[in-house]
Every structure is written in C-alpha cells, then in structure tokens.
Design a protein around this ligand. Structure first.
Ligand SMILES: Cc1ncc(C[n+]2csc(CCOP(=O)(O)OP(=O)(O)O)c2C)c(N)n1
Length: 684
C-alpha cells in the first residue's frame, strides 16, 4: 500500500500540558457543546501552553524572524498544540497534523497575506490558523460563537478564500492570479493547497485545464497522503503512486533538484535552466507524458512534506519560477500521533479523546440508545439488497460518513465509492438505472448542491428510478454554514417527477427506503445528522402510500405540521402546550411532494391557526408548499412558518442553531401560545 511510503515518522510527542477536569462529551462525540450552563464550554480546564518558540509567534511576520534551524522545533510545538486542543475541543485532527510542516514552510517563505494562500476544503488548516493570529481563540474552534473550523474570509485576512466543500482551491487561486495580473500586481504569488482526495473532484481539473492556458503565476501544492476521509479511490490514485515510486523518476528528480538549488545564483538565466529541467524530466523520466505537464503545469516533486527545511528550500526555488506549477508533496495523515497514523479514517475527526491513552470518549451509556440515522440507512440498504439483486449503493467519498461502508463490506461489487465526485455519482447512478438497477445514491444534502443539474437533466427529465438519500439534511452543527443541509427540500421540490420525503424517525426511514424501491421514480429521502429517537428500530418493512402524511396527535386549537425529524421536537412542544391548556394537533406530513392534499384540506377546514416546522430554509420549502396550497384552494388561516431564515447561519450544536433560528421545541411552543393570544415568554 502506498500509505507506507518512506516519509520519516516523528516519535510521538510527550503529552502533558492539559489539565483534565471532567470527562464528558456530546452525543456523537464530535461536537462539544458551548452552552455556558454548568461551564460546558470549558469541559476541561484549559491550561494549554504553547511551546517556547510557538508562544512568540502570533503572525507569520513573527515566524519569519526565526532562523531556518528553528523551524523543526516550531513544527513540533505546533503539532503538539494541535493535539492538545483538538483532544479537548474536538474537530478535524489527522489532516492538520499532516500539514504542519507545509503550513510553517508556506508562511515562512511566502509573504502572506499579500501572497494568497487557498486551502482546499480547509479542514487541514488548523496550523495555518494558529500561525495567523488565532492561537488565543483557537479553543473556541467550531464552538457556537467561536472561530470557524474552516478558513473564512471574514475571520482573517490570511484566509484568502472561504472553503468547506472540496476541489475549489485551484479555480479560486487562478481567479486571484488573473486579478493580480490585470491590476499590475505581478509580484504576488497565489498558492492552492489541495489534497489527493480533493483532486478527485472534477472541478480541480476544470481549474487546471484553464490555468494551463495562460502564464498565470500560481503554485498548486498537491498534499498527497493517499487518503480522502476513507482511503482515496480511483485511477488517479494509482497514477500518483506510479510517479511517487518510480525509481527512474526519483533518480532524475534528485538531479533536477540539485539544479534547481542553483537557480537563484543564475538570476535572469533561471528560465533557461528551468527549461532544461523540464526537458530532462520529460525525455529521461516520463516516457509517457506527465498528467500535470500535459495540462501545461510544471510538475515538481515528489518531496517529503515533513522535512520542513527541504520544503522551505524548494518553495524558495519555486517562487522564482513563473507560470503555473505543481509541487507534489508526500505527507502522512495523522503525522506524529501514532494512533492517528494507524487508523486515519477514525482519526479524521475523532471527537474528544484522552491524548495520553488515545481513548476516544463516548457519551455515557444510558441503556439502549437510538441509532444514528446514517446507520439505519447503512443496515437497511444491506437488508433490502440481500433480497433484491437490482439494488446498488453509491457514495461520493463518504462511505464512513453515510455508513455505506456496511454494504461495501458485505457486497463490495454492488457498493461504489466514486471519489469526491457528486456530479458523477448522480449521472453514474442514472446510467445504472437505465439498465434496470435501482441505485441508492447517498449524498450529504450540502454536497448534493454540486450535482443539481445532474439530478434534473440526467435523472428527473428521464424519470429514472434513482433513490437519493440525503444525509445531514438540516443543521449540520459544528461544520457550519458550508455544511448545513439547508436547501434540499427547496431545490428538490421544484423538480418535476421528483418525490420529496423526510422520515420522522428510524422506522419511517426504513419504510421510505422500502417504499422507494417499490416506486419507479426519482425519490428523495432526507434525514438529519445524528441520532434518531427509537432504540428499537428494526421493525418489519411496511409500504407507505406516496404523498400521505399521518396524524400524530389530535387537537382542536392549533395545528402543527412538521416534516422529518422536527416532528419529534414538535411532539415535545405539543405535550408542553397540553400542560398549559392548549390543545394542539400534530401532523407528520412525511412528503413535501406530492404533499398530502387530503390531509391539508382537513387541516384548513378545521384550524385557522397553523404552524409549519422544517429543518430547512423557510423560503420555498415545506412551509411555502403549505402556503401555496392555502392560496390555491382559497383558504385563509394564520400561518407561522418555522425553519431556517434567509441568512448565513454559523456553526454551533444543532440544538443551539435550532434555537437561534427559532424552530426548536421552545420556539414551537411559544409560537403556538402567541397564536393563541398568550404573549408572555414561555419556559419549556
Ligand atoms: C464537495 C465535497 N464533498 C465531500 C466533502 C467531504 N470531505 C471533507 S474532507 C474530505 C477528504 C479530502 O481528502 P483530501 O483532499 O485528500 O484531504 P486529507 O483529509 O486527506 O488531508 C471529504 C471527502 C467535501 N468537503 N466537499
């Protein structure tokens, strides 16, 4: 396996400077709560002291004052600091450990923020954040009101571009480079740091294809650790392995680097030397043309991404070379924390852990817990596929995240990880559907935004039997605005032929999946991040009538119409309302399209006070569908639509964000009371 390439592994670092005061973590283990009640924001007494050199660095200008000889120690201290903080605050882990040396070298060599640095996805940029003015705030990383887990323009001038979704860095850096040229700012450098996983995204190639046509001054750094969240997939991975391990290539490469080292001495003759180097590579080494070279990028590397001295030397050289260049850097995900190096998927974002023992904290068990929705999906697709040979599973690079890995294990020929390629995932599913297969195409709601045209053009217009399971529908939590699944109910409901549904609990998810197999049409099922509500969820399948909702609680004063998991919050609100003498009814609509018109007629005939609740944006979503029904059928009622408002919602726990956006249990209760004419604040 390519994971075992010859990149030196540092010994584990001594781990001693955090004072653990309370073992606890949020459900799911990845999202510490920031509620101030009981001091939960500070689950641990923060006593994380940066090392001697790191403590002198607030900004890259401070870093640049150090001698090159100090950089190894700075890297060690930075790595230690990331381990200390992430172990008690959570967040992405392995990726940032792998980019420590890269982060230090980049800020040491380049004149950031004037030179512009774009991190692809941005989950690997903790080192960058710590070196660019955010060390003091870093303990609030991903916590409500704190700094973002991803680079973000409004957070720092060093964050040249806001990220979260993958494969955007090359296009963004190219745009910056072209802008610099047009503005006559030829001195500026533009750097995109992209992982081998993110490079599987088609957009990265679109960017390179364009960048190769001009003499734009940009450097792409390929941070190749052989990993996506799960092991990276595809032919490109094999290609990168070939150029990494070719002995002939590596021999000539060393010669090339020796020559490169001399470039600065040659001054204006640098170009001709580079030309010679290129020719040497092309003719002597790469018998078939180098992929990046054929896109007009000058390819350099591979180099050891954990040798900071070497990185500095190489980057200094590359700074002098004009035009589009790609530096292939080999790194180890989880570098310096042994367990993270050994199980890179688990330690991508492990949640809170004891850094000394490596124990990952689980929420204290209170008997049988409801499962995560994603696991219900993972087990149910296998159950369905065992008896129906037509069923296949597709995920764009999220097998662990969406639990399709369960099927990949049991039925490797029928479950496909296609790389970070949402558009391809949808059209690939469409292709299989034309041949009578029934694909479950599982894509996070937020990432499905990438594949919208494919959903319309390749699936819906041809009315193909593709089942979309949209995980992380609704507030995503600590990942923040780039990851909230806010829009799918809206963007799916306007597509002809599309059935749009959301289960209220695990049993309904299973039954919707079962129903979708039996219904030859494009079918979308969305469910949230995290756990459901039913410990005993594995019930026999029942077919649900398409477009039929169900009454959960009968009432007479006010009707609450909910879609999906929000029905559980509404149920709690209804009980609170009952205790206050308000007789509220609750309807779990299950389908946004076709919406249950019979049920809506009954509701509008009975109630003149109606609340809709959805974990999605209110404009154009489920509540809008109810309003349209009211207008189309000449009803009139007081309707309050609760859901995500028209604003960018930052990060926090799901509960915090539901409350902020005013559609949690409390908000539902209070809204009903207000509709009933009670205006005092409600305590639920
Ligand atoms: C469009 C899109 N799809 C999926 C993801 C989820 N995701 C986040 S990081 C990641 C893996 C990225 O791999 P790589 O670029 O190699 O970085 P590494 O974590 O290995 O450093 C994935 C799939 C995403 N951020 N954006």
């Amino acid at each position: 396996m390519r994971n075992s390439r010859s990149v030196t592994t540092l010994p584990n670092i001594a781990l001693s400077n955090t004072d653990l005061v309370r073992h606890s973590c949020s459900e799911g283990g990845t999202q510490p709560s920031s509620s101030s009640e009981g001091g939960i924001l500070y689950l641990y007494k923060m006593n994380i002291i940066p090392g001697e050199l790191l403590s002198q660095i607030d900004y890259p200008a401070d870093l640049r004052r150090f001698r090159e000889d100090d950089l190894v120690q700075i890297c060690n201290e930075l790595r230690q600091y990331i381990i200390d903080i992430v172990s008690v605050k959570g967040g992405h882990f392995g990726a940032s450990l792998g980019t420590v040396e890269l982060s230090v070298a980049l800020h040491y060599v380049f004149n950031t923020p004037d030179d512009q640095l774009v991190w692809d996805v941005g989950h690997q940029a903790y080192g960058h954040k710590l070196l660019t003015g955010r060390r003091q705030q870093f303990e609030t990383n991903r916590i409500y009101g704190g700094i973002s887990g991803f680079p973000k323009r409004k957070e720092s001038e060093y964050d040249a571009f806001g990220v979260g979704h993958s494969s955007t860095s090359i296009s963004a850096a190219l745009g910056m480079s072209v802008a610099s040229k047009l503005k006559g700012e030829d001195h500026r450098q533009h750097i995109a740091v992209i992982g081998d996983g993110a490079l599987t995204g088609g957009m990265a190639f679109e960017g390179m294809n364009h960048a190769g046509t001009g003499n734009n001054n940009m450097l792409v750094i390929l941070n190749d650790n052989c990993m996506s969240i799960d092991p990276n997939v595809g032919a490109l991975k094999e290609y990168l392995t070939d150029i990494t391990t070719s002995p002939a290539y590596n021999k000539v490469k060393d010669e090339v680097w020796k020559l490169l080292g001399k470039i600065s001495k040659f001054g204006p003759d640098a170009r001709s030397i580079v030309q010679k180097i290129e020719n040497a590579i092309k003719s002597a080494v790469l018998k078939q043309s180098n992929l990046f070279e054929s896109l007009n990028f000058r390819y350099f590397g591979p180099v050891d991404g954990h040798d900071v001295t070497r990185l500095v030397q190489v980057m200094k050289d590359l700074k002098e070379i004009p035009g589009p260049k790609l530096l292939h850097v080999l790194t180890v995900k989880g570098k310096g924390y042994k367990l993270a190096e050994e199980d890179q998927t688990l330690w991508h974002a492990p949640g809170l852990f004891n850094k000394d023992t490596g124990e990952i904290f689980k929420s204290p068990s209170k008997g049988a817990q409801p499962p995560k929705y994603q696991d219900v999906f993972g087990h149910t697709i296998v159950e369905l596929a065992r008896t129906d040979k037509r069923i296949v599973g597709v995920t764009p690079a999220m097998p662990s995240g969406c639990s399709l890995n369960i099927m990949m294990k049991e039925m490797p020929d029928r479950a496909f990880d296609v790389g970070i390629a949402e558009q391809h995932a949808v059209t690939f599913s469409a292709g299989m559907a034309t041949q009578g297969l029934i694909p479950f195409c599982n894509i996070y709601s937020t990432f499905m935004q990438r594949a919208y045209d494919q959903v319309i053009h390749d699936v819906a217009i041809q009315n193909l039997h593709v089942i979309f399971c949209l995980d992380r529908g609704g507030m995503a939590g600590a990942d923040g605005p780039t990851h909230h699944g806010a829009y799918d109910l809206v963007y799916m409901r306007c597509i002809p032929n599309m059935i749009v549904s959301a289960p209220m609990n695990e049993e309904e998810l299973r039954n919707l999946m079962f129903t979708a197999v039996e219904t030859p049409a494009p079918f979308s099922i969305r469910y949230p991040r995290g756990n459901g509500v039913m410990a005993d969820w594995k019930k026999p399948f029942t077919k649900i009538e398409i477009g039929k909702g169900r009454v959960i609680i009968q009432g007479a004063d006010v009707a609450i119409l909910s879609i999906g998991h929000m029905g559980n919050l509404a149920e709690t609100a209804v009980k609170t309302l009952q205790s206050k003498g308000v007789d509220a009814a609750l309807y779990d609509m299950r389908f946004v399209k076709p919406i249950d018109e019979e049920m809506l007629h009954a509701v509008f005939n009975k109630f003149d006070k109606i609340i809709t609740v959805e974990d999605g944006c209110v404009q154009g979503g489920f509540g809008s569908a109810v309003l349209e029904f009211m207008a189309d059928n000449n009803y009139s009622a007081q309707i309050k639509r609760l859901g995500i408002p028209d604003k960018v919602v930052e990060h926090g726990t799901q509960q915090e964000l539901w409350a902020e956006c005013y559609y949690d249990e409390h908000a539902i209760t209070e809204t009903a009371m207000h509709l009933m004419g009670v205006t005092e604040t409600i305590t639920t």
